[in-house]
Write a protein of this length. Structure first.
Lengths: 279, 525
């Protein structure tokens, strides 16, 4: 055992250098004034005050949360039936479908998002197609819809795979028991299958909501300049404006928001599993 | 009044991927009956239950429930409930919610549900457990909840699929009484699947013994126990002495050369039959008062009674000498080859069959390279055998000239005839090296092979008889020398259950009443 645990040392060193240290630096930056000497720090809370008093920043934060929520909801509603279908297929079909879902993930996310620019752009194939079908020629790229589409497209596999895993683990005899006790398929689904698949739904939500709320290149590429999210603000602070301290503060606020939302989801799961209308 | 037939299976056939699991089953189940489907795993009992539950569809045949064919009726519309093998309780609900499940589906009002669930909790003796997490209950408690969850729906029939299989012995006994009590209290039909004959005898009103997708016998526990239809049922239910016999005429049966009175009739004259005598129906008496006499082989105390084994017809025995010799490998001059072989005995009548292959096999001749352990083929065998008793030298050699000389003893081996038991036994003396005995992984089997031990029926030479081996050396630490090995057949042994102690080795008489002899038809395979 001891010999094996030594194998973890390189990773621990790596993690300390590449994850822990930057995080500590972000915390340090968030609470200090810009332009510090290397040794001398002056602590401040002014970055947090700046963020919470400026309605523009708050609006961007709100917008990010809303779009992440919409993405998660769509992923859940579209992904659950797919996961259910996959779980009920036989082994061969299941393997093919899982492969079909994971296959696009082998290509870099950025490349795939660029592909959408081509599809959605003015005079692009989708706009032409809608025109032919008599919907006029609506603007597709650089809208909230485009951003939402990009997010759902990129993150839905995580939702499907998580739910599928929890559905596959379901004991078949529970379904027989439910049918035996008089429940038809619909009742069996809502009273047995769905409550027991909630853990998968929750981890699916985690895997979709977190990257969605902090994503910055999808809104940048598909939303253009029009559709600014919190990830873009942070990126700007670091790269364009050069306000590293303020950027760090916003990052820290984001971390807190995400932790809070995950806590809320987990609470929901724990009560959700047991709840099931107690008489 | 005839009890009403609630369930009728009509010629049920079930096929899975071309394999026939049920071969046309016909069975009636009446109201308020506790029916047990009994059989070993793979006999189709669970399949039959699942067809009744609606989880499987019969390939052919009809299931008639309460006068109606229920083929195609989905499980949730059938008026029966199931207790599953592994309970299948819903892990996300507590005890109360599990039991209330079926009632909630039926949209009953809350107070009615409350009332019914509480009544069930009382029936299964688990009041106060309603808020408990089902995954944290013990096996027996989960079992009770599963029964309550099924019974609360007031089904006409309760199906139970080996429900006690996962419980330990003591709990299983308790639950047997519990189940019988619940069945009598609620007064509905129970269809119970098990492979445990004791469970079946304890609880059932009717037992259905199944084998390979067919029903062997249907009857009350007493009928099944006392009048088993054939050897299979007799063996499966309780302990028994089963012997081949001949039905001389009505009320006369003959086995072990003695004709006995019995109560069975209706067989053809001289029909071959099987006879069952239950161990507790045989009494041990003085030798001159017994219908059979024999020697007490063993006495085992079983708690309430002694299990006595009495041998009425002794087995046939033959003893041979095993010559254990040191290792006598011959090494070639360059040290690259080793060769070994044993002397052996052969019956003069078998001399014709003794070709080179057979000589190599009987003498265990082998040659190998001591460095690489690779086998080298024996290319030449030199021996001149005559069809006369005596000893003949034989030489084995490899292509590079390494050779070893051994002896073949041609003998006229007498075999032991046992007219009374209608059998004969034969075995040869043999030679073995110390290492060969130490390296044997299945010594009993090897000894039989080495001695060419065999036993057969005098009336039919092709019918072989099982033999056992007896020896008194320690094979781990065997030394060179000569050892006796005894091969014997079993003879006729009776198992007797009695509360009186008898001494091992005593001569005793055995007696039984004509009605204790149960004559069964020979099984056709």
């Amino acid at each position: 055992m001891k010999k094996f645990s030594q194998l973890a040392i390189p990773y621990i060193v790596w993690a300390a250098l590449m994850i822990l240290l930057p995080l500590l630096l972000i915390i340090l930056y968030a609470f200090t004034k810009p332009g510090n000497e290397f040794i001398q720090f002056s602590l401040t809370l002014e970055h947090f005050a700046k963020f919470f008093t400026d309605p523009d920043f708050l609006l961007v934060l709100w917008r990010s949360l809303v779009i992440a929520f919409k993405t998660t909801l769509i992923c859940g509603v579209l992904g659950y039936p797919v996961a259910y279908f996959i779980a009920r297929s036989n082994d061969r079909v299941r393997n093919i479908l899982i492969l079909a879902i994971t296959l696009p993930m082998w290509i870099n996310m950025l490349v795939r998002t660029y592909a959408w620019i081509g599809l959605l752009s003015d005079g692009g194939i989708l706009q032409k197609l809608l025109g032919l079908l008599g919907f006029g020629e609506p603007k597709l790229l650089y809208t909230e819809g485009a951003v939402l589409l990009g997010m759902v497209y990129n993150f839905i596999p995580f939702m499907i795979l998580q739910i599928n895993t929890s559905l596959c683990k379901l004991d078949h005899s529970l379904l027989e028991a439910s049918a035996d006790l008089g429940a038809d398929r619909f009742q069996t689904f809502w009273r047995v299958v769905f409550p027991l698949s909630l853990p998968g739904v929750v981890s699916g939500i985690t895997l979709v909501f977190l990257p969605a709320v902090s994503s910055f290149f999808i809104p940048k590429l598909l939303g253009g300049g029009q559709y600014f999210l919190i990830g873009n603000v942070i990126e700007n602070q670091f790269i364009t404006v050069g306000e590293w301290n303020f950027g760090s503060a916003i990052s820290l606020i984001m971390v807190m928001v995400m932790m809070l939302s995950m806590y809320a989801v987990r609470r929901l799961d724990r009560s959700g599993g047991r709840e099931e209308d107690r008489l | 009044m005839e009890p009403k037939k609630l369930i009728q299976f009509r010629n049920i056939v079930k096929e899975f991927d071309g394999q026939i699991v049920l071969k046309g089953v016909n069975l009636d189940i009446c109201e308020n009956e506790f029916v047990t489907l009994l059989g070993p795993s793979g006999c189709g009992k669970t399949t039959l239950l699942r067809i009744l539950g609606g989880f499987l569809e019969a390939t052919e045949g009809q299931v008639i429930f309460d006068g109606q064919d229920i083929a195609g009726v989905p499980p949730y519309k059938r008026e029966l409930n199931t207790v599953f093998q592994k309970y299948a309780l819903f892990p996300h609900m507590n005890v109360y919610q599990n039991i209330a499940f079926g009632l909630k589906i039926k949209k009953m009002s809350k107070d009615v549900i409350q009332q019914k669930v509480m009544k069930m909790l009382k029936l299964i003796g688990m009041e106060g457990y309603e808020d408990k997490n089902v995954t944290l209950l013990s096996g027996g408690q989960q079992q009770r909840v599963a029964i309550a969850r099924a019974l609360v729906n007031e089904p006409k029939v309760l199906l139970l699929d080996e429900p006690l299989g996962a419980l330990d012995l003591k709990l299983r006994k308790e639950m047997q009484y519990e189940l019988k009590r619940i069945q009598q209290e609620v007064g509905i039909t129970f269809v119970y699947v098990t492979h445990d004959q004791e469970e079946a005898l304890t609880m059932s009103d009717k037992i259905v013994v199944m084998k390979d997708g067919e029903i062997c016998q249907v009857g009350s526990p007493l009928e099944i126990y006392n009048e088993p239809a054939n050897r299979y049922v007799a063996n499966f239910i309780g302990e028994s002495n089963i012997l081949p016999a001949v039905m001389v005429e009505d009320y006369k049966v003959r086995f072990d050369d003695i004709t006995f009175d019995c109560v069975d009739h209706g067989f053809r004259p001289n029909e071959k039959v099987d006879v069952v005598i239950r161990p507790e129906d045989i009494d041990i008496v003085e030798p001159d008062k017994g219908k059979l006499t024999g020697e007490v082989l063993s006495v085992l105390f079983k708690g309430v009674h002694y299990e006595v084994i009495v041998e009425t017809v002794p087995g046939t025995t033959v003893t041979v000498k095993m010559h254990v010799i040191g290792n006598r490998d011959v090494t070639s001059q360059n040290g690259k080859e080793k060769i070994s072989a044993n002397d052996f005995y052969v019956d003069i009548e078998d001399l014709d069959q003794l070709d080179e292959k057979e000589i190599v096999a009987r003498s265990d001749a082998q040659a190998w390279n001591p460095e690489t352990d690779e086998y080298i083929s024996i290319s030449h065998i030199d021996c001149k055998l005559e069809k006369k008793l005596g000893s003949y030298p034989v030489t084995f050699s490899t292509s590079s000239g390494t050779s070893v000389q051994r002896t073949i003893f041609v003998v006229n081996q007498p075999f032991v005839r046992n007219e009374k038991a209608n059998e004969a036994v034969m075995a040869f003396n043999f030679f073995k090296a110390v290492d060969e005995i130490k390296e044997s992984v299945a010594l009993d089997t090897d000894l039989k092979t080495w001695a060419s031990a065999q036993a057969w029926k005098l009336t039919d030479e092709n019918e072989s008889v099982d033999i056992s081996v007896d020896y008194d050396f320690d094979d781990e630490n065997i030394q060179e020398g000569v050892y006796n090995i005894t091969f014997s057949t079993t003879g006729r042994e009776f198992k007797i259950h009695t509360t009186d102690y008898v001494e091992e080795g005593r001569e005793v008489g055995l007696t039984f009443f004509p009605e204790d002899i149960h004559v069964m038809e020979k099984m056709v395979f």
